[in-house]
Design a protein around this ligand. Structure first.
Ligand code: DGY
Length: 325
């Protein structure tokens, strides 16, 4: 029997692709950037499997025009770019990559907390720009930041990544507050209502999926209730926060700083007001970007794809309906 046809919207690191190529005929979009929708539609009209990235929008219209599609596998844990309900309705299992990126993303969250609180990019720029001259010698009031150790940190979302962040914060002697929509209890985390978390936390960190219910969760009203001088960290999804309102809070000093790995629109536009602020530390969605973790994500994405092509249960299936089939 002929090998199944697969379209990959981008290359993956490590050896995963080579394993996939042994079992399938793989066409890989060469870039730069991702395939336009017309190309995705043309490929989906002919393939049995799709390997996609979080930058590809796989909507109901595309899935409806994919008569042979047996599986969608995204090299990401988040699936806000895939219409899961439409895939389920068409009987298509959707694979993702939970677990393997948890600790790496938690590491990056702590890095953002520390970089924002201790003004690391500003300090780096100060030295590199030649501003650190004898006339501007070391001074007790120079580049003062805020402490993470001993702070009260509010975690919005206590899934695997939120819990991994909480474990790290225990080592910093932090008081950790947590809010989840399900009310999940986690050892070492005080479960509180969202308004109480926002009012009390010196740092607020987002670890919740982007869904229609959570989009804009931190809107202007909620941002205004955050503790004065607090720091916001987001390594989850940009759409959880009203970026215009956040920029206003950071510009008027009601919030001290932000550490942002994600944006509502990616790549972020150079005109985004957040980029004009010195008290914002930014990164281009690198939460899971360690060599080892990206290889593990690629491996799991390919395992999911191969399982779906063989009509076996996916090792990490996002549609609850198909998870154990
Ligand atoms: C994901 O996997 O959803 C992250 O945002 C990137 O690793």
């Amino acid at each position: 029997m002929e090998n199944p046809q697969v379209f990959a919207t981008g290359a993956l690191p490590g050896q995963a692709f080579a394993r996939l190529a042994e079992a399938a005929q793989v066409a890989c979009w060469p870039g730069p950037g991702g395939p336009p929708r017309t190309e995705l539609a043309a490929q989906l009209a002919r393939v049995d499997g799709l390997l996609c990235l979080l930058t590809d929008s796989i909507d109901a219209g595309l899935l409806a025009a994919a008569p042979r599609l047996r599986v969608v596998s995204s090299c990401s844990v988040g699936l806000d770019h895939v219409d899961l309900a439409a895939a389920t309705a068409r009987g298509i299992p959707v694979g993702h990559t939970p677990g393997v990126l948890t600790e790496t993303t938690a590491d990056l969250t702590l890095a953002l907390m520390l970089a924002a609180a201790r003004r690391i990019p500003e300090a780096d720029g100060f030295v590199r720009s030649g501003a650190w001259v004898p006339e501007r010698r070391w001074e007790p009031g120079m580049l003062l930041g805020r402490d993470l150790h001993g702070a009260t940190v509010g975690l919005i979302g206590l899934g695997a990544i939120g819990q991994a962040v909480a474990r790290r914060l225990a080592g910093f002697g932090c008081r950790v507050l947590g809010w989840t929509r399900s009310g999940r209890a986690v050892p070492g985390v005080e479960s509180v209502a969202l308004p109480a978390l926002l009012a009390a936390a010196d740092f607020v960190s987002l670890h919740i999926a982007l869904t229609p219910e959570t989009r804009g969760l931190l809107d202007a009203g909620r941002l205004a209730t955050m503790k004065p001088g607090a720091i916001l960290v987001n390594a989850a999804r940009g759409g959880l926060v009203d970026e215009g309102a956040l920029a206003a809070c950071l510009a008027n000093g009601s919030l001290a700083a932000a550490g942002l790995d994600v944006f509502a629109d990616e790549p972020v536009a150079p005109t985004n007001p957040l980029l004009a602020l010195d008290n914002v530390v930014v990164a281009p969605h690198i939460g899971s970007a360690s060599i080892r973790t990206r290889e593990r994500m690629a491996d799991l994405a390919v395992e999911n794809l191969l399982a779906g092509l063989a009509r076996r249960p996916l090792p990490a299936c996002a549609n609850p309906e198909f998870a154990s089939r």
